[in-house]
Design a protein around this ligand. Structure first.
Ligand code: 4AD
Ligand code: MG
Length: 478
């Protein structure tokens, strides 16, 4: 058996009693032909491996370079040096894989995030990305645990679909038709009957509609999967491929929905605060160092840990869209014409407006409800005022919209009427309308953008740095 090893994370908290241990990892640095800093990805802390002078051949010493991989056998002893409690006195070193330090792109120095994005296949080997991706993993785990504990069923909704769940037309087409010679109908339109699925298909923008089918049988379900949007938004908050968590609950109204969303966010943040302390502290320090270079007024009022603690311990603010617009109209920013985009009832709030509400006015996460129906999707429940729908968005400091959700229109006639108004084909979505035909119930749900959550928790500033291989307009490397 090859893999009889101890992970460094476990090793460094063990009592050193000269016991024999085996570790494997990659060399971060090697100094004085004696001290190896070894990392295996389980923690940012490197293990100090000490070679006795003269115990290794010259040939082997030369091969111990940054990023070479090693299998080390040795004795775990208290460290004499500063900076670590224990170290391993090597008794045997096996070089598993060489790495030419001259050409290895990661040097033992600080690299810019932009540079690291270009070598995204290697950036996991840095401390920043080590922390980010361990936290991303922990958040995913906490999400499944949260819903499992509450009795939700994890429903795997399809990736390839023939519907546009959001009705926004931002879809990536899926086809096997020859693009150079498309089969045509008599009227010149493309004949999708000849396509793989016999109809026009695309990558899903949301699993919600299928989620509703599940909720109206199981009561409570959630999806957690990749979603795809062909929106040409080149921002630090948008990806063409992102992961979304979408719970959907029968017997649930807008208020129940908000309560769940708030409890959900607080619970998963609580999980990483408890279980990923070391990585969070590393990222908090990183952010603090980064912000030192900014002018005073551009710096965050709270450190990363303080911010997370604050979100855990304070209720989110809840306001209606109409109240939000009033606040913006009364704001000094509006009066001094500081907003780039105009403010009036009916607008789809821009990120500058959302950030004003959250960062300047309330200074905490805000849930905005009851948006104008014109700017929201067809499935949202129509309010009695005839103008608004039972929508809710959660806006987070530094991020903007992190959650979008609503109570769903459960009344068949109202839903069909809205679909007709918005030119959404009712025949194609007949399966969806069946939920309203056969035992319809009040129900609600929301979607949390996973990468936006990871951004919020890690304090990173670009969404491309919290997903392993970002897909954005004109960029699909790796
Ligand atoms: O507000 P959205 O479009 O809502 C839906 O898709 C609903 N079907 C959700 C539901 O009710 N089940 O998207 C939900 C969230 C947003 O709040 C945002 O956090 C994230 O998904 N999101 C994106 N994240 C990264 N890149 C993009 N291009 C995103 N578009 C939306
Ligand atoms: Mg939205």
């Amino acid at each position: 058996m090859f893999n009889k090893r101890i992970k460094i994370k476990d090793l460094i908290s063990m009592e050193p009693q000269s016991q024999e241990v085996t570790v494997m990892g990659w060399v971060r640095t090697f100094r004085n032909n004696q001290f190896i800093a070894l990392n295996d990805g389980s923690t940012n802390q490197n293990l100090q491996v000490v070679l006795e002078l003269g115990s290794c051949s010259e040939v082997l010493l030369k091969r111990i370079t940054t990023s070479a991989s090693l299998k080390v056998k040795g004795l775990l002893i208290p460290s004499l040096g500063k900076g670590q409690k224990v170290e391993v006195k090597a008794t045997n070193i096996e070089l598993l894989g060489d790495s030419d330090a001259e050409v290895y792109p990661l040097q033992p120095k600080k690299h810019s995030l932009e540079f690291l994005r270009e070598i995204a296949h290697l950036r996991f080997r840095t401390n920043t990305f080590g922390s980010v991706f361990r936290i991303r993993h922990a958040l995913a785990f906490a999400i499944h645990q949260f819903f499992n504990d509450k009795g939700f069923l994890y429903l795997h909704t399809p990736i390839v679909t023939s519907s546009d769940a959001e009705g926004a037309g931002e879809m990536f087409r899926v086809t096997t038709l020859p693009l150079e010679q498309l089969p045509r109908n008599e009227d010149g339109s493309i004949n999708y009957k000849e396509d793989f699925f016999g109809k026009s298909t695309n990558l899903t923008v949301s699993g919600q509609l299928e989620g509703e089918l599940g909720a109206t049988a199981f009561g409570e379900v959630y999806t957690f999967g990749p979603t795809f949007r062909a929106e040409n938004s080149n921002t630090t908050r948008h990806l063409a491929e992102f992961w979304m968590i979408e719970p959907e609950m029968a017997f649930c109204d807008l208020e129940d929905n908000m309560n769940l969303a708030e409890e959900f966010i607080q619970s998963i943040i609580g999980y990483v605060m408890q279980n990923n302390r070391e990585d969070l502290e590393f990222l908090a320090q990183r952010l603090a160092d980064e912000e030192k270079q900014l002018p005073q007024d551009k710096r965050s009022e709270m450190g990363l840990l303080e911010k997370l603690e604050f979100v855990l311990n304070n209720q989110f603010e809840r306001i209606t869209y109409t109240e939000a617009i009033d606040i913006l109209l009364q704001s000094p920013a509006y009066k001094k014409k500081k907003f780039q985009y105009d403010v009036k009832w009916g607008i789809d709030m821009q990120s500058e407006h959302e950030r004003y509400l959250v960062e300047k006015h309330f200074k905490k996460p805000v849930i905005v409800t009851n948006y104008p129906k014109e700017i929201k999707a067809f499935y949202m429940r129509q309010n009695d005022d005839g103008k608004t729908v039972a929508a809710m968005d959660i806006l987070a400091p530094g991020i903007g919209e992190i959650v979008g959700g609503s109570q769903r229109e459960e009344r068949l006639e109202k839903l069909e009427q809205r679909m007709n108004e918005m030119q959404i084909p009712t025949e194609e979505l007949s399966w969806y309308l069946d939920t309203r035909r056969y035992g319809t119930v009040p129900h609600a749900g929301f979607g949390l953008g996973f990468e936006r959550l990871v951004l919020f928790v890690t304090g990173m500033s670009n969404i491309r740095d919290v997903i392993a291989f970002p897909r954005t307009p004109k960029n699909c490397e790796f």
